[in-house]
Each structure stands twice: as structure tokens, then as C-alpha cells.
Design a protein around this ligand. Structure first.
Ligand code: HEM
Length: 460
């Protein structure tokens, strides 16, 4: 076997190639997501994979999870710093100068009680972009979601006045963003010269972000409440590594939201009983026929759609990021093993969400399991770590849940969707961010009862 099991005293079992580069190539090119689970079965709850010159140590059970989030021997900033250096060319000094201030700003600007700042704009813009779909058609569901969502999400965070609102620009951005996103974790670990295309897209995106920043600076609102998140980011950075930080923000705010919306819609419409329950809930709030009037959805309406929210959280549970990462700073004991400093510590929310102790029948899509959580207050189920945990929670979680909740409600209300393909598996090639679909999933969409409602309008 190419993989050998080396036993060094007290260290976790180690899986590595004879030549580190060969081991890496195999591990990275095969299905890394499946490889984590196969290694857990073979080697136990803690194991190390030597790849691309790094020691990646995986923790896969509750004890490991607690250590991952809480241990003082583990640091998250050190890892984020390395990733940002590679993926966005932010040097160490610039990183530490601004990172804490950015985190605080994001936590505060995207907290639960600030969601009213975004809801009206999102509602209006989703409608504006639904228009482009026409009355009916057939499309791949992932493209369908992206077509509506990409411009709206970009406008909400970066502002309508930047060059990102231009549809031609969005098409180019999508092309480069996909290349950048597809190899993000490789780019974070490997030297840039190995990934020419990736590197080209990274630099294209950095140049684009520079232009976006110039546009935003030209339209600087005087009032605080009219500022976009980009404006607040610029206020916080005060010129420090601006395009690098903005690129990372662009990536973090985009990479998971489209797949998460895709899975939510795919799981709902592919299961007739669930689709029916969702539609009953939606029509109870907005009425039966979609009229020519656009419905207004704010947080108040969304609170009346708890089943839909349970479906979204259940989709997130099943398609959570393949891995999240820390760095071991001091020797760390776990299960009688000592993990040495310098190891990259990894944990998989995707696999942790398959622990039957927390999620009975873990592979089954069961929105009703979320009834036990206080979803109105956004308190998740025990064992759910799709947005991280410990000291590092995703600051965008309330915003992204609102974006998905609103769009899924609007789409289901306005269109009748018929799946033409079965729901694809998740792609096993990537670990960073919510998992993407492995193949196409075509749907037919048709605007609901417009004819009926316009006939009604004539009668009135
Ligand atoms: C469904 C969508 C999303 C998922 C599943 C998700 C998940 C995550 C996870 C797992 C982490 C890392 C936690 C850790 O390592 O422990 C994270 C961090 C982060 N996320 Fe999200 N996220 C999503 C959407 C967003 C959005 C929309 C934004 C911004 C608008 C955002 C901004 C960030 C940032 C800035 C961080 C780094 C936080 C820090 O360093 O303190 N995310 N997210």
C-alpha cells in the first residue's frame, strides 16, 4: 500500500506516502471527504495524514470536538493568517493589525438585531432578479439559484453603486470566482506556482476588488445607516491591506450561500410530502395565488415560516463544510496521544453531523428534528457545528439564514418547481465551505397561477 502506518510513541496513527508529495497527490486528488471517514474507521478517532509537507491531524469524536473548540493549546488566528497570506497576499503584520477589529465590526454589523437593515433591500432585489427568469423554463437548479442570488448578495454587501452590479462584470466575476473557489484549499496549502489558473484568477479578483473599493469610496455615504458592509470594512481597515481583506470577505460571503440554498430547495422539492407541508405553510401566510403584487417579506413573515427554516437547517446539517481548521501551538493530549505543536488540526462538521447520538438516523432528511431547537432565537441543536463553535462562529450566520429563508419562500411561492433529475450527491472533492453538488439537477419551473390572478383582477 502507498499508505503506511507509522507508529511513533504517543503520537496519533500517521498515514503518509513514502514520498510526501505522492501521498499528498493521492489524498488530494481522490475523495478527501470520504478519505476522512475511511481513515477514522481504520485508525480510530484521532489520526494524522501527512500531505503536501504538512501534518494534518484529524479529530473525529466528541472529545476531539471539545478540544478543537476549547483547548488553550489550539489557535485559530494562526491558521487564518496563513490562509490569508496564501490566498489573498496579506502579510502577517497587516493581518494582525486589523483582524480583531474586523471580526468585531462584522459581529456587530451582522448581529441578529441588525437584520432589519438588510431585509427590505433583499426582498426588493430578489423580486427584481426573479423577473429575469420569465414565466417558465428548464434549468439546472444550481444555476437557477445563482442567477437570482449572486447579484443580490453582491449588491447587499458591496453596494449597488459599485461595478459589481453590471451583469457582464458579474459573468466575468463568476468565472474567476469559481476557479478561485474550486482550488481554494489547495491554494491555501500549496505554492502558488503549482496552480497557474488559480493564481491568475486570484490576481484578477484582487484587481477587481481594487476597482470595487474605488467605486465605493467615490460614493461614500455620510450617514452611518446608508453604509454597506464594504464601507464599514473600509472604515475599519483604514487603508491596511484593503484589497486582500476585501477579497477574503468576498470569498467567505459567497462560497457557502449558493450551495446551501441549492440543497434546501433540492431536498424540499424532491420529497412530495415535505414540498406539500412547505407550500401549506407558505400559502397560509401569503394567500393561495401569487398575484401581480410582490409579496413583502420581513422578519415578521419569516417567523411565520418555521417549517421552512427547519428544512434549511436540516439541509445545512447534511451538507456542512467538509473540514474546519486550527493550529496546534503547544503539545496537546487527546485519547492518550500527544499531538505535536505545528500540526494543522482538522475537524469535519459534515461527519460530526452524522453522529446518531445527536442526530438519530443521521442520513435521513428530517426537518422535524429541529422542532426541539429554539429556531426563533436561532439557538441550534446540540451537536450542530455548521457555523463553527467555541470562539469562532461564522459572523454571517444570521444574514445568510435570512437570505436563504427569504429566497426559498419567494421561489416556492412564485413558481411551481418540478425536479427532472434525482438530487445529486455532494461533491467529495472539497473540504472548505458548505459542500457543492457533484452533478447537475435540472428542474422545470413555472410561474404559479398568474393567469388566474389576472383574471381575478379583471373581475374586481
Ligand atoms: C450557509 C452559509 C455559510 C456557512 C455554512 C458558513 C460557515 C462558516 C464556518 C464553518 C466558519 C468557520 C468557523 C470555524 O472555523 O470554526 C465561518 C467563518 C466565517 N464566515 Fe461563514 N458561513 C456561511 C456564510 C457566511 C456569510 C454570508 C458571510 C459574510 C457575509 C460569512 C463570513 C464569515 C467570516 C468573515 C468568517 C471568519 C470568522 C472569523 O474569523 O471570526 N459566512 N463560516
Amino acid at each position: 500500500s502507498v499508505f503506511s502506518r507509522r507508529r511513533s510513541s504517543q503520537r496519533p496513527p500517521c498515514i503518509g506516502g513514502w514520498i510526501p508529495w505522492l501521498g499528498a497527490a493521492l489524498w488530494l486528488r481522490k475523495a478527501p471527504l470520504q478519505f476522512i471517514e475511511q481513515s477514522r474507521i481504520k485508525y480510530g478517532p484521532v489520526f494524522t495524514i501527512v500531505a503536501v509537507g504538512h501534518r494534518l491531524t484529524f479529530v473525529t469524536d466528541e472529545e476531539g470536538c471539545a478540544a478543537f473548540f476549547k483547548s488553550k493549546q489550539v489557535d485559530f488566528l494562526a491558521f487564518i493568517q496563513r490562509v490569508m497570506q496564501k490566498t489573498a497576499s496579506i502579510n502577517k503584520e497587516s493581518f494582525y493589525k486589523s483582524y480583531n477589529a474586523i471580526r468585531e465590526m462584522m459581529k456587530s454589523r451582522m448581529s441578529q438585531n441588525k437584520m432589519y437593515l438588510y431585509s427590505k433591500k433583499l426582498n426588493e432585489e430578489f423580486y427584481e432578479h426573479l423577473e429575469y427568469l420569465g414565466m417558465e423554463g428548464t434549468m439546472d437548479l444550481y444555476n437557477f439559484v445563482r442567477q437570482i442570488m449572486v447579484p443580490v448578495v453582491l449588491n447587499t454587501l458591496f453596494g449597488k453603486e459599485t461595478c459589481l452590479t453590471n451583469r457582464k462584470m458579474i459573468a466575468q466575476l463568476e468565472e474567476h470566482f469559481c476557479k478561485f473557489d474550486e482550488k481554494f484549499e489547495y491554494g491555501a496549502l500549496l505554492p502558488e506556482y503549482l496552480f497557474r489558473d488559480w493564481s491568475k484568477s486570484k490576481h484578477w479578483l484582487l484587481r477587481l476588488v481594487e476597482k470595487v473599493v474605488r467605486d465605493a469610496e467615490r460614493n461614500y455615504p455620510s450617514e452611518d445607516k446608508s453604509k454597506t458592509l464594504l464601507h464599514h470594512l473600509l472604515d475599519t481597515l483604514k487603508g491596511n491591506a484593503t484589497s486582500g481583506f476585501c477579497l477574503v470577505f468576498l470569498w467567505a460571503s459567497q462560497t457557502s450561500v449558493y450551495p446551501a440554498t441549492f440543497w434546501s430547495l433540492a431536498f424540499i422539492i424532491s420529497q412530495p410530502a415535505i414540498y406539500k407541508t412547505a407550500m401549506e405553510e407558505i400559502t397560509a401566510v401569503f394567500g393561495k395565488a401569487a398575484g401581480n403584487e410582490n409579496v413583502k417579506i420581513s422578519e415578521t413573515e419569516l417567523q411565520k415560516l418555521p417549517f421552512l427554516k427547519c428544512c434549511i437547517l436540516e439541509s445545512l446539517r447534511l451538507r456542512s463544510p467538509g473540514a474546519i481548521t486550527r493550529i496546534v501551538m503547544k503539545p496537546m493530549k487527546i485519547h492518550n496521544y500527544t499531538i505535536p505543536p505545528g500540526d494543522v488540526l482538522m475537524m469535519s462538521p459534515f461527519w460530526m453531523h452524522r453522529n446518531p447520538k445527536y442526530f438519530p438516523e443521521p442520513e435521513v432528511f428530517k426537518p422535524e428534528r429541529w422542532k426541539k431547537a429554539n429556531i426563533e432565537k436561532n439557538i441550534f441543536l446540540d451537536g450542530f457545528i455548521g457555523f463553527g463553535g467555541g470562539q469562532l462562529f461564522c459572523p454571517g450566520r444570521w444574514l445568510v439564514l435570512m437570505e436563504i429563508h427569504m429566497l426559498v419562500a419567494l421561489i416556492l411561492y412564485e413558481f411551481e418547481l418540478t425536479p427532472l433529475d434525482p438530487v445529486p450527491d455532494q461533491s467529495n472533492l472539497h473540504l472548505a465551505g458548505a459542500l457543492k453538488p457533484s452533478g447537475p439537477c435540472r428542474i422545470q419551473y413555472k410561474q404559479r397561477m398568474k393567469a388566474h390572478s389576472s383574471a381575478m383582477n379583471v373581475l374586481h
